[in-house]
Ligand binder design. Structure first.
Ligand SMILES: *Cc1c(COP(=O)(O)O)cnc(C)c1O
Length: 402
């Protein structure tokens, strides 16, 4: 047997930066020590210990989703896998889907529905605007829709669909199931699944929850579950079959080997959310994001989205003419060890305010790095004014933002 010659493999220590970057982009976000520790453990995926963990994950997830539904489960995979689980279980060939699209991720839900044979109509929302309930209703009136998909916060365009509650209510009144992508927003702002009559809520680990990427959560309403039980065609995907997943998440049976370390990490992340409580967590996020936005503006930069539909969990920044987003990001990570996000080709920057990102010490470091890198990249920036504004905003809410 002749093996091909291996090139020299560099140890991980030599690939990773000496000092870890502060992750202030659009996810993944920094994880608390307890989450990191839980993620370092491996236990049996079936048995008493795992069963207790699974029961608590569901209980805590119900609190975070604000639902009493018994169809709450984890998904082994990225948030996109949870999106695909929602779509592939609820959309069959010919199912009429209205996909409200504000950008990349809500567009992905539409694409997924097309791929499983759905009869999909896209409602493309104009840039820098939230989805309009009237436009959704006008389309639903044309008849026959069974599923409406929508995002609460569109990470790619940094738009918040402020009329989500109303749109979900309208969708239900037309007999549709509504599927809500709350990947970047869950636990950063209210999402009241039961109260708002939402049928499916999807989230990932690596955003608001401050857990690891690759283990996600999904919750189905009773209406959604009924629809799944009444499918005409069998599910094509084994791993994403919600009825098989229910075997593991509700009956402690075997579906596939659960990502035990990631589920333990998620357990700890959820526990920290429950300890903090949702109202306090929402206030922390609102305060930190508002202070960051104010600081950015005081430095002389413009925010991408008008205040009335601006997403708090990912803040988009317009660059001054002639300043390159790539150069700013490069200087921030090389010199300041702070990483923020670009935007899939557009010359804008995005700063995350999800979970551990929304901490005062991280805000000071990030805003300083941003202003300083902007100067290097040729932007005319009043850095001290920005820092002073951040300080002013945070001290006026200090007890809330810590
Ligand atoms: C990040 C994100 C996703 C996709 O998450 P992955 O874990 O990368 O699959 C989907 N929707 C929204 C709103 C997101 O922010």
């Amino acid at each position: 047997m002749k093996y091909p010659k291996l090139p020299d493999i560099i140890p991980l220590d030599n690939i990773l930066p000496d000092e870890p970057l502060l992750m202030m982009g659009a996810g993944p976000v920094p994880i608390p020590h307890k989450v990191a520790y839980a993620n370092s453990l491996v236990i049996n995926h079936l048995g008493d210990t795992m069963n207790k963990v699974v029961e608590q994950v569901k209980t805590m997830a119900r609190y975070v989703f604000q639902t009493s539904s018994s169809h709450v489960m984890g998904v082994s995979g990225p948030a996109s896998a949870a999106m695909e689980m929602a779509i592939s279980n609820l959309v069959e060939p010919g199912t009429r889907v209205l996909a409200v699209c504000n950008g990349l991720f809500s567009g992905r839900l539409a694409e997924m529905a097309v791929r499983v044979g759905g009869d999909v109509v896209r409602l493309d929302v104009p840039e820098k605007e939230p989805a309009s309930p009237d436009r959704v209703e006008a389309l639903l009136k044309t008849g026959g829709f069974q599923v409406v998909t929508i995002v609460q916060g569109e990470t790619s365009s940094t738009v918040w669909n402020r009329d989500l509650v109303e749109i979900c209510r309208i969708a239900k009144s037309y007999g549709c199931l509504n599927v809500v992508d709350a990947v970047c927003t869950l636990s950063t702002m209210p999402m009241e699944m039961e109260e708002w009559d939402v049928d499916v809520v999807i989230t990932g680990g690596q955003k608001g929850l401050s857990s690891i990427p690759g283990v996600s959560l999904i919750a189905f309403s009773d209406d959604a579950w009924d629809r799944i039980l009444k499918r005409n065609t069998p599910m094509a995907h084994w791993c994403l079959d919600a009825r098989l997943a229910d075997q593991f998440w509700n009956k402690h049976g075997y579906h596939y080997t659960a990502p035990v370390s990631g589920v333990l990490a998620l357990h700890e992340a959820l526990r920290l959310v429950c300890d903090e409580t949702l109202p306090v967590r929402f206030r922390r996020h609102a305060t930190c994001s508002a202070a960051l936005q104010s600081g950015i503006e005081a430095m002389g930069l413009e925010l991408l989205i008008p205040a009335h539909c601006r997403l708090n969990s990912v803040v988009g920044i317009t660059l001054p003419d002639g300043v390159s987003a790539d150069q700013v990001r490069h200087v921030m990570s090389e010199l300041h060890k702070v990483e923020i996000a670009g935007a899939f080709g557009l010359n804008i920057l995005r700063i995350g305010q999800m979970g551990e990102q929304s901490r005062t010490h991280n805000l000071f470091r990030t805003l300083h790095a941003l202003g300083s890198a902007m100067r290097v990249a040729g932007g005319r920036i009043d850095l001290p004014a920005g820092m002073a504004e951040l300080e002013r905003m945070l001290t006026s809410h200090l007890t809330l933002a810590q």
